[in-house]
Design a protein around this ligand. Structure first.
Ligand SMILES: Nc1nc2c(c(=O)[nH]1)N[C@H]1C(S)=C(S)[C@@H](COP(=O)(O)OP(=O)(O)OC[C@H]3O[C@@H](n4cnc5c(N)ncnc54)[C@H](O)[C@@H]3O)O[C@H]1N2
Ligand code: MOO
Length: 227
């Protein structure tokens, strides 16, 4: 029998609307809970609960406190950057969650937060839908592998790049790609608010920190997605 960690998702943001309901001005459809729950299920995690918080420090702190007492892993989405209404890091501090790191030099997922309260693990996943999934695959699966003692991390492989890509930022990039068994293609719609490329992708292509033009025929590393 493998251990089954309890995972809680806390969705933050008062601009979020339930899919199926009409959108009011300034609202966006809430999707992170669905993509995360599906990715957790694929990783064999069945004990998952979801709750919702407004952009309110007191309310978020209460919810995080309650959630921490009932979970092994807490995944917050949104509110982890430096805006006036981003309260995840403050709420974590108020709940005695020790910051292990906040912000990574990568795209997407730059504002990622990782903290611990004793044995409990807290991730603040950046709210953009593509950042949430990328950070889940690159970081959360690592923790789940250790907690479940099952092999759930993505496999890193190497293949020839199919198309040219001009990498202009000095961050590690994880780009949605398609591996055809021989070459890997960098897909369109890589912006972190777009999920279209994830819908087509079967891998994440890793490009190192340096900014440069990648040419077809170069070897690149990629991670196969569980599709
Ligand atoms: N001054 C700075 N601003 C920003 C930075 C920075 O470094 N300095 N980083 C940018 C990056 S990169 C990202 S990613 C975002 C992440 O910020 P948050 O984690 O605070 O995310 P939000 O602002 O709450 O949301 C971002 C975006 O995603 C939408 N969203 C949020 N939750 C959901 C959901 N459950 N389903 C669907 N869509 C969701 C939200 O409406 C926003 O549009 O910060 C940048 N800013
Ligand atoms: O980390 Mo943000 O995800 O680059 O958009």
């Amino acid at each position: 029998m493998y251990p089954q960690p309890k995972v809680s998702i806390i969705v933050t943001g008062k601009e979020l609307q339930v899919p199926g309901m009409p959108l009011q001005y300034g609202q966006v459809y809430e999707s992170n809970s669905f993509t995360l729950a599906a990715a957790l299920q694929t990783a064999g995690i069945s004990d998952v609960s979801i709750c919702y918080a407004d952009d309110d420090l007191e309310q978020l702190t209460d919810i995080l406190n309650n959630t921490l007492s009932a979970s092994d892993v807490v995944l917050l989405t949104g509110g982890v950057s430096v805006g006036d209404y981003d309260f995840v890091v403050k709420a974590a501090e108020a709940c005695d969650v020790k910051t292990i790191f906040h912000k990574v030099k990568q795209r997407p997922g730059k504002p990622l937060f990782f903290g611990k309260q004793k044995e409990k693990v807290v991730f603040g996943l950046p709210g953009n839908p593509s950042s949430v999934l990328t950070c889940f695959y690159q970081y959360v699966l690592l923790v789940l592998e250790s907690l479940t003692r099952r092999s759930v991390q993505l496999k890193r492989e190497e293949a020839t790049l199919k198309n040219q890509y001009n990498k202009t930022h000095q961050f590690v990039h994880f780009l949605k790609g398609f591996y055809d068994g021989d070459t890997v293609e960098i897909l369109e719609a890589q912006e972190s608010y777009r999920l279209r490329s994830f819908a087509k992708a079967n891998c994440l292509i890793e490009l190192g920190e340096a900014s440069r033009v990648y040419q077809p025929g170069e070897n690149v590393f990629f991670y196969l997605l569980p599709v």
